[in-house]
Structure formats: C-alpha cells, structure tokens
Ligand binder design. Structure first.
Ligand code: PLP
Length: 378
C-alpha cells in the first residue's frame, strides 16, 4: 500500500532526537527550531518524559472513559495550578481540531445559537463532516445544520462591533495566530472583544493550540492581555509529541452525561505524557526561559535591517524577508542544518522547544546573519 501523498517532504529522515537536536538516518545532526509545529515543548526525549511513559506502560496503557481514571484528575489539577485556570473544568481529547470542535459544540449547547465569529488568517483545524453526518439530537442540537461562520479582520474593533450581537454563540481567536504568520492580537483588542462577547451572551473561545503551554512566557498567550476566556483549547505542546488535546471549560458550564465524548481522549499514556510535560515546565522554569530567550531573539532580529518585520512573543516568533530571500529556510536547513518553519515562503516561523539555550539561540543567529550579509551588502 502507498502512503496518501499529501505532504511535501524534505529528503531527511530523523531517527534520533534529544533536547533541541535531531539526527538523521545518515548520522547528520540538526538544530530543531520548529519542534514539528510547536509540538516539542520540553525538548525531544526529555528523560522525565521518557521515564513517565515507560513506567505507565508497565502498568496500564488504555481502558475506556467508562471507568474512573485518576491520571486524568492529576493532570487536571496540575494544569489548573500552572495555567491559573483552577476553577475551569477539563475535557480531554486527542488533537487541536477536536478540541476546537468540542469548544464550538459547547458554545452552541450553552447559548442555543449557531453563529460564530472567527478571524481571517486564523487556523483552527481540518475537520468538518463527522457531526454533520450524525443525527443523534443529544449530540448535535442546536447546530445540526453546521455552524454559520462570520470572518472578520483581526484587530478591527469597528468590524467586530458591527458583527457582535445576541445571535452569536461564540467568538473564536488564536492567542497568537500561528499558521497565519505569527499575527499577534492587540491586548486592547482582546480586552474589547472579551467584554463585548460577554455582553452579547456569547462565549469567548481562545485557541491556544499553538500559542499555549508556556511558549509565549505566560501559560497562555491571551494572559498577556489580562483577560479570561470561557473556553480554551489545547493540543500540540501539551504532550511533547504524544497525541493529546483538551478544552478548559468555565465553571458555569454544567456538564451532562453524553454532552461530549471520545474513545481515546484522556487515556493513561496520554495523561502520563501530559503530566510529565507540566512537571518539567514547572521544575525547569521554562516559561521564564521562553520569555528571556524570546526577547533576546526578537531584539537581535529587529536590529537587522534586511529583516522586514519581526512579530511574536517568547519563543513564538515570525519574521518577514524580502521576496528575493524566499529560499533562506532551505539554506538554513541544507547548509546550516537548522530546522525552522514558514508561514509563506518569505515568512520564517521559530517555534523551538522551551529549554532552548542561549548558545543554541546564537547558532541560529550566526547562520541567519551569514546568509543575510551578502544581501545587506548589495
Ligand atoms: N489550532 C491551531 C492554532 C493550530 O495551529 C492547529 C494546527 O496547526 C490546530 C488548531 C489543529 O490542530 P491538530 O492538527 O492537532 O488537529
């Protein structure tokens, strides 16, 4: 059987990883500043993470959500403590798209409405059909014909004020837009939409799938704006590579049996991975490290005039290059052995693991400036 060929692949096969580093099948060593789309939060194969998974495998790896699972409770407690959202409730699932589906579903259940405000260039996942193809009224009401989505420009207060009213079930926004090119919502804009959303009786959903888990220097990116969300969606860095997602749900939203559900969500291995990630973030002060090294990178990148625009917070950074430098990411990979991400060919995205060291940050700056120097001299 052939693989369904939907991914453009680099001709590199990583076979080993540790911290910020990868080794390919030919023994070449690479600095990983992308972490597979912000997934590697505490570093590849962190010893505490590996040990937690191994010891859980020796006990039990899976049963269904029809029995008590105290691993889920331990994870919820630690997550509440580190995120500051102690009073929210946790629903566990497997991916970012699923987390967002569940958040949108909850918003419709709570409000009885099906209209959603979303922002242009945001990315919330790739699912659409499963609920639409289900006719169990307990699961799908009141949005069985699908949600109706209104797309607005980010940071546009006037457009938002025109669209928000008491027909809206939810407003969904990323803490910082990732796939859209590291677009940061203004703190004042987030404060404004939080207030107006509440006044309209709608729910605010913060998609922190990419921007969460300490990456920006606070546990969630929206916490820089001093706001609280009704629903917060998680995945990626939550499991450091083990698939796990979740929704934090406001205490006023009361659950009923069957309201949400999943087969794999919250299984023992996923919880062991999720708990180990939180323990490492706390023990190694990774949020502080993300903020310190993020500021260091942002200042260094802004000092270089060939770089057109530098955006982001902590270790979630994007910068634009002139069109003539669209091949830079490939040069970084094949000449300097450094993995980075992109949003469009001339926008580079940096999403390294949070224990990044200053010397690793400097390896990147040296390689980047070596590539930019000949262009700057023209
Ligand atoms: N939300 C955001 C902000 C994302 O960046 C992504 C994936 O890139 C998703 C949701 C979807 O997550 P997943 O691929 O785990 O379904």
């Amino acid at each position: 059987m052939k693989l369904f060929d939907v991914y453009p692949l680099f001709p590199i096969e990583p076979v080993k990883a540790s911290g910020s580093w990868l080794w390919d099948s030919e023994g070449k060593k690479y600095l990983d500043l992308y972490g597979g789309h912000a997934v590697i939060s505490i570093g590849h194969n962190h010893p505490h993470f590996v040990e937690a998974l191994k010891s859980q495998l020796d006990k039990i790896s899976f049963y269904s959500n029809s029995v008590k699972n105290s691993m889920q409770e331990k994870l919820a407690e630690k997550l509440g403590q580190l995120s500051g959202y102690n009073n929210h409730q946790l629903f566990l699932c497997n991916s970012g798209a699923e987390a967002n589906e569940n958040a949108l579903k909850l918003a419709s259940f709570v409000t009885g409405r099906k209209k959603i405000i979303a922002f242009k260039k945001a990315f919330h996942g790739r699912t659409s059909g499963a609920v639409a193809a289900t006719d169990n009224p307990k699961i799908v009401a009141p949005f069985n014909a699908g949600h109706e989505i209104v797309f607005l420009p980010l940071n546009d207060v006037a457009a938002f004020d025109q669209a928000i009213d008491n027909t809206i079930a939810a407003v969904i926004t990323e803490g910082i837009q990732g796939v859209g090119g590291i677009q940061v919502p203004d703190d004042a804009f987030l404060k404004h939409i939080a207030q107006k959303t509440k006044q309209a009786g709608a729910l605010l959903i913060l998609d922190e799938v990419q921007s969460g888990y300490g990456r920006t220097g606070k546990f969630f990116a929206h916490q820089h704006a001093g706001i609280e969300a009704d629903l917060i969606t998680l995945a990626k860095g939550m499991g450091n590579g083990f698939p796990i997602g979740g929704v934090l749900i406001h205490q006023n939203i009361k659950p009923w049996s069957g309201m949400l559900g999943t087969t794999f969500g919250g299984n023992y291995l996923a919880c062991a991975a999720g708990l180990a990630v939180l323990e490492v973030i706390e023990k190694e002060n990774l949020m502080t490290n993300a903020e310190t090294l993020g500021n260091y990178w942002i200042n260094a990148l802004r000092s270089y005039s060939t770089i057109l625009d530098v955006r982001g917070r902590g270790l979630m950074i994007g910068f634009d290059l002139p069109e003539s430098l669209a091949a830079l990411r490939k040069d970084l990979l094949f000449k300097h052995f450094i993995f980075t991400g992109e949003a469009k060919p001339n926008t580079v995205r940096l999403l390294p693991s949070l224990p990044l060291t200053k010397s690793e940050a400097d390896i990147f700056l040296e390689a980047l400036f070596a590539e930019l120097k000949p262009v700057a001299a023209l």
